[in-house]
Design a protein around this ligand. Structure first.
Ligand code: PA5
Length: 444
């Protein structure tokens, strides 16, 4: 079971912060459990691992099987919360090199998460000669980046298969009733999956948003949900026995003590997109009203050779949260070399995990001594069940953290600012006044 450990924290937080925060955490916990806090209408994820729609879950599994049988590639179109969770889980459990591996499941390409013509063309080229399907994911159904990408891939499907078969290869994950994508899907007869009203984008990885692409990549989504359900049970306990309480409390106390930056670190490159998912979860949930920890991430040991200098000796404004995934899937042992020209025979016969673990311990000691507090999240393993636990743990701790900060952890009003400007500059009807004002500013 996942656990949170603190290393020499008393040298950074000498006061008994846990006792002081316990009543506030209890209050936050009750708000999450009973849906009585700010943004309560978006707390459907709290009991999702138990209450998820079983009929839809079976349809997701059936659709994944169909895609696996008739497609060599799945193009997943979505951005932000409609993208990062699926990418994080697939990279972590199936490898960041998943598409390059020999396998019986389709390649999975993620598009619509930016506005680069080069990246879009690259994927159009990659799927040109293979059978493919499309999963377009947008809760609002109106987000520009995925909507634009969908036009290109829908056209590619229709050119290759004709209108009817293209329709059988499109899977739309969107609101159950509203939005342009829902209307289009209903009019065209595409299979649809639901982003529940009460689950916001960044909390939606355990809905069809994440589950369909994850299942297509061959991950056991039942195990993923089982892990999340186990952590949901643990988090139902309103005390410091709950690892989410310990994590939320320590990061809040560190923030209050002048540490506004949290660095999420992992020693497995496969975790990179899980870190991206975590950054969105915490950044969008906490960063408002001039408050919030700034979530950043590093990949060790690679970044010890780049960011390591700053972490060791730069401004003392950060703390590290290190995710430990446990033993690697395979064990590699360093070969012996009779000549020992590189002087490495002291490592001969040692496993890569052994070397990594010593690097991890050495870094923990060095960074703590250098004035960077370390929080350790022991995930225990890298199975679908472990990752389900980890996802729910971070979500629950994020909800608690938002309420400790006294912000609404489930809205994102700031995301609209750039969109309005972009729409105005693109000439979207209804934005005429803003367009003129913005163009005048840019011309200065
Ligand atoms: O967390 C969020 O709400 C956002 O990241 C959204 O998921 C993102 O903007 C995409 O929105 P949509 O799914 O409506 O296209």
């Amino acid at each position: 079971m996942l656990d949170v450990k603190l290393f020499e924290m008393q040298s950074f937080l000498p006061d008994p912060y846990e006792d002081a925060l316990a009543p506030r955490l209890k209050d936050a916990h009750e708000k999450l459990q009973n849906g009585t806090g700010a943004g309560a209408e978006f707390t459907g994820w709290v009991h999702l691992p138990r209450d998820y729609d079983k009929e839809e879950f079976a349809r997701i599994q059936a659709a994944a099987k169909r895609i696996q049988a008739n497609s060599q590639a799945l193009v997943v179109i979505g951005i932000g919360g409609s993208y990062l969770g699926a990418r994080g889980v697939i990279d972590c459990l199936c490898s960041p090199n998943y598409n390059l591996k020999k396998k019986s499941t389709p390649n999975v390409y993620f598009v619509g998460n930016g506005l680069s013509a080069d990246s879009m063309q690259e994927v159009l080229d990659l799927i040109a000669d293979v059978d493919f399907s499309v999963n377009v994911i947008s809760k609002s159904g109106t987000t520009t980046e995925p909507a634009v990408a969908f036009r290109f891939f829908r056209e590619a499907l229709e050119k290759k298969y004709g209108h009817e078969e293209a329709g059988r290869r499109i899977y739309a994950t969107t609101d159950k009733a509203r939005g342009a994508l829902k209307s289009l899907a209903d009019a065209q007869g595409w299979e649809t999956f639901v982003v529940p009203d009460e689950v916001g984008g960044r909390y939606s990885v355990l809905t069809a948003v994440g589950l369909l692409p994850i299942a297509v990549a061959g991950v056991d989504i039942e195990a993923l949900m089982r892990g999340a359900a186990q952590m949901m049970e643990v988090c139902a306990n309103p005390s410091y026995d709950c690892p989410a309480w310990r994590y939320a409390a320590v990061r809040y106390a560190l923030y209050e003590a002048g540490r506004p930056i949290e660095l999420l670190a992992c020693y497995d490159p496969a975790f990179r997109f899980m870190s991206e998912w975590w950054k969105q979860l915490y950044g969008e949930s906490e960063g408002k009203e001039g408050k919030g920890l700034f979530p950043a991430s590093v990949e060790f040991t690679a970044d010890l050779h780049s960011m390591g200098q700053y972490i060791q000796q730069g401004q003392r404004v950060m703390f590290e949260t290190v995710v430990r995934l446990g033993a690697s899937g395979c064990q590699l042992y360093v070969p012996r070399d009779e000549d020992d020209g590189d002087g490495l025979n002291f490592l001969a016969g040692k496993s890569m995990d052994f070397i990594r673990d010593r690097a991890m311990e050495g870094t923990l000691l060095a960074h703590t001594e250098g004035g960077v507090p370390n929080v350790i999240v022991e995930a225990g393993g890298k199975s679908a069940e472990d990752l389900g636990q980890l996802i729910y743990f971070f979500e629950y701790a994020c909800g608690l953290s938002g309420y400790l900060l006294e912000v609404n952890p489930f809205d994102q009003p700031g995301v609209e600012a750039y969109k309005k400007n972009m729409f105005a500059l693109l000439g979207k009807p209804g934005y005429e006044d803003r367009k003129a004002a913005l163009e005048a500013k840019l011309a200065k």
